[in-house]
Design a protein around this ligand. Sequence first.
Ligand SMILES: [Zn+2]
Ligand SMILES: [Zn+2]
Length: 180
Amino acid sequence: MAGVAFGCACGAVSGRVDPCTRHSGTHVQCFCTDCRRADLHLDQPDPANSGVGLFITTADTVSFATGVDQLACFQMSRSGPLRWYAACCTTPLFNTSPKRQFPFVAVHVGRLVDRDVLGPVKLRTFRPSGNGRSRHSGNPIAFFQVVGRVISARVTGRWRKTPFFDNVSGRPIIAPQRVI
Ligand SMILES: [Zn+2]
Ligand SMILES: [Zn+2]
């Protein structure tokens, strides 16, 4: 079977990301404060120095096999991404746009059973630079690849196929909690 399986820590929530290759998404290491706060909110180890490994692709590549009833999500600001996790074991799984029309998904790399397929990290985002600011490093083309995939999903209509939003109402399948 193509693609790569993912699962929460206890195994209740599982599924596949398909396709899942170095060409189907962008491997990113994010050092932003919101990603860190989100991990801490879910009682994960502090990712302060290592950053959070994310694989950015389009939402139509994600499908759930088990445990959709355990899915939950929260938002750290009104327009911020939806941070989806497995409520059974508070495992962070995905970040998505709060709007169905922007069909990107950031898969938490640590939840994939095979990470070698992603290739090396192409972008390091919001890395502290020591002067109180943050900077991005990596191949700028990688950023445009992310945007390009989302545009392609829009144009081809693939954006309609997402497991995170209701097809009829266009709303997230689970109402997001607000975490300040
Ligand atoms: Zn679980
Ligand atoms: Zn981040």
